[in-house]
Ligand binder design. Structure first.
Ligand SMILES: Nc1nc2c(ncn2[C@@H]2O[C@H](COP(=O)(O)OP(=O)(O)OP(=O)(O)O)[C@@H](O)[C@H]2O)c(=O)[nH]1
Length: 379
């Protein structure tokens, strides 16, 4: 592993604090813990407890963005765009590459001003062998150089599976104390993506291109200069079918608004309420469930526990807003595989229709069984 430091960018505007979910220090909760707080939060808090998600606790953790996407999709191009844009944030970069020749490093370096801090992870793949190195680097960064940057950007290799990298933020206690995952940005090569998405893999081998889209909070359809409108439309449909939750933008040379990629809050519970968009299309990778009515909390506990036990590996992302019996507040949750995080959200308005929205993104999900399981929790 090679590590290189350049000098950090000068920031004009520092994000001093922001409101956080009241239990966001528990970025990673096991299902059991979630279920305990899930049940107890409502019974303990009572009707006067109005909006715990926006308590005045300060979140000093540094946000981190994961940039993923297939080989050649434009990850480094986007990174260069981020590093040279005027967003007022000082960025620390963690990059990982296969092989011995550090091509991307020189690319990034040649575009960056003398004011950026770049950290390189050079060998192997972040998704497996050097995950420990990622933890080490993140902790080194926050321990020794925390005052030099405001945001971390991690560029994964084109073949990286984003799941394990995401899980690092949720499962490593020290990392989650200091760093919060802001979002996963997936670059798509508009010209070649369809070919990769359609590739039939041997049994038990994942299609990385599909996974990278499935985990995304933001999707950039890059290289649109190389395709026709019709091709773009077909690709857009296909991608929405895989992940109807992520926002999508079209781009040439990764040129997107910085707000689209930084400060996404993809794992913030207080944003999920507004962001859970129920996409009408269902597929093997994107399932959703929605329904009116009120849920029995114990039944939900049991159902989610069973679901995670049976399908944890196949459940890439989950987000939901639930209407719970005897509670004036929505219950908001999000999860990655078997890691769930949730808390009471905003209060239902008197004239508001209480509905439940659940979005599951994964593989080999049985939509009928999901709908049945959900309906079984309704009172
Ligand atoms: N025509 C066109 N070329 C682009 C666009 N974006 C990036 N490229 C080019 O595509 C090539 C690959 O871009 P990179 O940014 O290196 O892609 P990457 O995802 O980092 O590549 P790997 O690290 O190999 O996975 C470069 O030659 C870029 O200049 C675009 O929108 N249109």
């Amino acid at each position: 592993m090679a590590t290189r430091f350049l000098i950090s960018r000068v920031s004009s505007a520092r994000n001093l604090f922001q409101l956080i979910p009241y239990n966001s220090s528990m970025v990673s909760q096991s299902l059991t813990k979630l279920c305990q707080s899930f049940s107890s939060s409502f019974s303990k808090l009572g009707p006067s407890y109005s909006r715990p998600m926006t308590s005045l606790s300060l979140d000093h953790r540094v946000p981190a963005t994961i940039i993923t996407g297939f080989l050649g999709s434009g990850k480094t191009t986007l990174l260069n765009h981020i590093l040279t844009s005027q967003h007022g944030k000082r960025i620390a970069v963690i990059e990982n590459e296969f092989g011995e020749v550090d091509i991307d490093g020189s690319l990034v370096a040649s575009h960056s001003s003398a004011n950026e801090e770049i950290v390189m992870v050079n060998n192997g793949c972040l998704c497996c062998t050097v995950r420990g190195d990622l933890v080490k680097l993140l902790l080194e960064l926050v321990k020794n150089k925390r005052d030099k940057f405001d945001h971390i950007v991690i560029e994964t290799t084109g073949l990286a599976k984003p799941g394990p990298v995401i899980e690092t933020f949720c499962t490593d206690e020290l990392v989650s104390q200091h760093v919060k995952l802001d979002g996963v940005v997936t670059l798509v090569d508009s010209k070649h993506a369809m070919q990769h998405l359609n590739e039939i893999k041997p049994r038990f081998v994942v299609n990385e291109a599909v996974e990278q889209i499935a985990y995304a909070d933001r999707i950039i359809l890059n290289k649109i200069d190389l395709v026709t409108e019709a091709e773009l439309e077909t690709l857009t449909k296909r991608i929405k079918h895989i992940n109807g939750m992520a926002q999508m933008e079209l781009a040439k040379f990764g040129s997107v608004d910085m707000d689209f990629v930084l400060g996404v809050g993809g794992y913030d519970l207080d944003r999920i309420d507004s962001e859970v968009q129920v996409d009408k299309s269902c597929s093997t990778t994107h399932q959703h469930e929605t329904g009116k009515g009120t849920l029995d909390i114990d039944e939900v506990d049991d159902w989610l526990e069973r679901l995670i036990e049976e399908k944890g590996e196949d459940l890439y992302r989950m987000k939901g807003v639930l209407s719970i019996k005897e509670s004036d507040q929505r219950y908001v949750f999000q999860g990655v595989h078997s890691i769930l995080d949730g808390c009471p959200g905003s209060t239902w308005e008197d004239d508001e229709e209480r509905i439940n929205k659940l979005v599951f993104i994964g593989r080999n999900l049985d939509e009928t069984a999901l709908r049945r399981g959900f309906k079984g929790c309704l009172l």
